[in-house]
Design a binder for this molecule. Structure first.
Ligand SMILES: [Zn+2]
Length: 323
């Protein structure tokens, strides 16, 4: 049982860049035209799950105020506790894993039983692209049999495409990256509430997070900038030949490879941009290394079985040969 929302971002907080879509869904709801399946599609860590969870709470709430859940009624409390009987959450067992056909079978059973509370029955599937092909085909059956007051809410992180047959049966709401100024204001406001260093670099956090505000907030909470600085220090030493690639890679054993790879990509892109700006002609091997980083990321996204430590060693070795 997972409680809704998180300590990082409680569900009573609206995200400003989602205001219009919130209004749009509420208008559909209030005029009884809510589609039976909605897919929120956009980059990771921009708040799609948060939006979905807020909307689910709004649907369950018996006394919403200005189209926002009250947070006080029995239905709200049931939902926030993670124990609402008319809600089903379908997620991978751990990040990066697939959603199995068994999970979807559970959803099919859930979809046909009568709601306990005589109101909405809602399932959240996140991220939808994590479904195996078998799971997706089984899910299609549930999707093809809409039931009254039953909502399927799907989150698509755009890490992989979704079956067109699924996509075409949903109302797709695209959620792009928020406008930079809006993201910046929001993040600055959030960090002002946090204990600790108030002067933390909002712009740098957002840049590191690729403009994704929730990821930037997560970085701030976990002091990730310090961690990145340490990692980049090692990269510099490896690149200059001051540190041995294999033993340097060993120091990061156990850390998520996708995260290290993002940091390495960011480090190296800045280097390429910097040398281009200073008028240096790039050598072909510099692009070969960049291609290696991109193709490694692609392999990771396609869930190819990789040995993370060997991959990191290979990348560090290639980096050391750039000098
Ligand atoms: Zn309520």
């Amino acid at each position: 049982m997972t409680a809704a929302g998180s300590a990082l971002l409680p569900l009573n907080q609206a995200l400003p860049w989602q205001h219009e879509q919130w209004q749009q869904l509420c208008r559909l709801l209030n005029s009884d035209r809510l589609p039976h399946a909605i897919m929120l599609s956009g980059a990771e860590d921009t708040g799609k799950r948060h939006f979905a969870e807020r909307f689910i709470q709004r649907l369950f709430c018996v006394s919403p105020v200005d189209d926002v859940a009250c947070g006080e009624c029995k239905q709200c409390r049931l939902y926030l506790s993670g124990g609402h009987p008319d809600f089903k959450r379908i997620e991978p067992e751990s990040a990066g894993k697939a959603i199995s056909i068994n999970a979807i079978r559970g959803l099919s059973e859930f979809a046909v039983i009568t709601a306990h509370q005589q109101s909405w029955k809602i399932a959240l599937v996140a991220p939808v692209e994590a479904m195996t092909l078998n799971a997706a085909n089984a899910f299609l059956k549930t999707l093809e049999e809409p039931r009254e007051k039953t909502l399927l809410l799907l989150v698509h992180d755009q890490l992989a495409p979704v079956l067109p047959t699924i996509r075409s049966r949903c109302r797709v709401l695209s959620q792009g990256l928020p406008p930079p100024a809006m993201a910046r204001n929001w993040l600055a406001g959030r960090l002002a509430d946090q204990p600790g260093d108030k002067n933390v670099a909002v712009d740098e956090l957002l840049a590191r997070a690729g403009g994704r505000p929730l990821r930037a907030l997560g970085f701030a909470e976990a002091n990730t900038l310090d961690e990145i600085a340490r990692f980049e220090q090692v990269l510099k030493q490896v690149q200059k030949g001051e540190a041995a690639p294999v033993s340097s890679a060993a120091a990061f054993e156990g850390q998520p490879l996708n995260q290290l790879l993002e940091w390495l990509l960011s480090y190296y892109s800045r280097q390429l941009i910097h040398s281009a700006q200073s008028g240096k002609t790039a050598e072909p091997r510099q692009f070969v290394f960049y291609d290696l980083l991109l193709s490694t990321r692609k392999k990771l996204e396609s869930k190819t079985n990789l040995n993370p430590q060997l991959v990191l060693e290979e990348l560090f070795l290639s980096l050391s040969q750039l000098a």
